[in-house]
Design a protein around this ligand. Structure first.
Ligand SMILES: NC(=O)c1ccc[n+]([C@@H]2O[C@H](COP(=O)([O-])OP(=O)(O)OC[C@H]3O[C@@H](n4cnc5c(N)ncnc54)[C@H](OP(=O)(O)O)[C@@H]3O)[C@@H](O)[C@H]2O)c1
Length: 275
């Protein structure tokens, strides 16, 4: 396959997730140039890249007035301020430019309303392991995106991990609940496993170390083995043994599945409510 030209990208918002994307684009060479807007200032880790690689703006009116020559505009601000941010940058976004949103709960239609009704738009939901290039992003697009637009969006998002596309935008709420919010569930698992260890008699430092490394090691094993999760679980469960005793509790009718069903339903409903 022919090498694709590097992309010129405008990034609006350089907080936790915007920084993760920017780090990925710089390290894997996705972007030939980045126009960056963030009134909070340029994060120190990117200072060495200006002005050759990054043109930085700390005021929306300066960004808009510069008419950045970007192939793609990526909006990475909080959903709560999306309306004023989009209004402030609109004049710099050509109607044919690809707009990529990573904002939770913000629909494609809301961006068609904020920009132009035939604007090519990709709505995506990354997660925090993107900060170390190990994220997973779920994405969907509107009818005005061409295969080339989707390929460009795919390149942007694969800079921080895996990408899965869905055709039905309604699935973004469930995807947000599973993978967007998912890292928090795993961190909670570490906390609760450690607390249960303390109740069983371990000191808290040891319990935390055991719980944390068990999650890290198990995730690495799952990544290395490529076996389905249920097979990995069965491989470490001897009939009548200690693991089986714990799993009898965790897999009971009111156990982990029932809790996760409720948790994912709550997060899905919350994502819908953000629309
Ligand atoms: N973090 C996650 O796990 C995660 C996962 C998936 C999706 N997302 C989505 O990613 C988006 C950003 O989340 P985040 O966690 O990265 O939030 P964040 O750390 O608060 O980053 C948002 C950035 O936007 C900046 N900003 C504020 N006003 C702006 C303006 N007018 N123009 C340009 N930038 C402006 C903020 O600056 P100040 O701090 O100075 O206000 C901040 O640096 C959200 O829509 C969220 O739903 C986040």
């Amino acid at each position: 396959m022919a090498a694709q030209p590097d992309l010129s990208i405008a990034l609006i918002g350089c907080g936790k997730m915007g920084s993760a994307l920017l780090r990925g684009w710089i390290s894997d060479g996705t972007a030939c140039h980045i126009y960056l807007l963030d009134p909070g200032g340029l994060p120190a880790e990117f200072e060495d890249y200006t002005p050759e690689k990054i043109t930085f703006f700390d005021k929306p009116e300066l960004f808009a007035g510069a008419y950045p020559k970007a192939d793609i505009f990526v909006v990475a601000v909080k959903p709560q301020i999306m309306d004023p941010v989009c209004a402030a940058i609109k004049k710099a976004v050509p109607p044919e430019a690809l707009l990529v949103s990573i904002a939770a709960g913000q629909t494609i239609a809301s961006f068609e309303n904020r920009f132009y009704n035939r604007q090519p738009i990709v709505r995506s939901m990354p997660n925090t392991p993107a900060a170390i290039g190990k994220g997973i992003t779920v994405a969907c697009s509107n009818q005005y995106t061409t295969p080339t637009h989707k390929e460009m969006a795919n390149r942007l998002l694969t800079a921080v991990g895996l990408v899965e596309w869905v055709d039905d935008e309604n699935l973004m709420d469930a995807a947000t609940a599973v993978s967007g919010s998912g890292p928090a569930y795993i961190f909670l698992l570490i906390e609760t496993l450690a607390k249960a260890g303390v109740k069983a008699g371990l000191n808290s430092a040891l319990a935390m170390k055991l719980a944390r490394q068990t999650v890290i090691g198990s995730a690495a094993l799952a990544a290395a083995d490529h076996l389905p999760a249920d097979k990995l679980r069965q491989n470490v469960t001897s009939p009548g043994g200690t693991t089986a005793a714990a799993l009898d509790v965790l897999m009971s009718d009111d156990g982990l599945q029932s809790l996760f069903d409720k948790a994912i339903a709550a997060a899905t409903a919350r994502s819908r409510a953000l629309r």
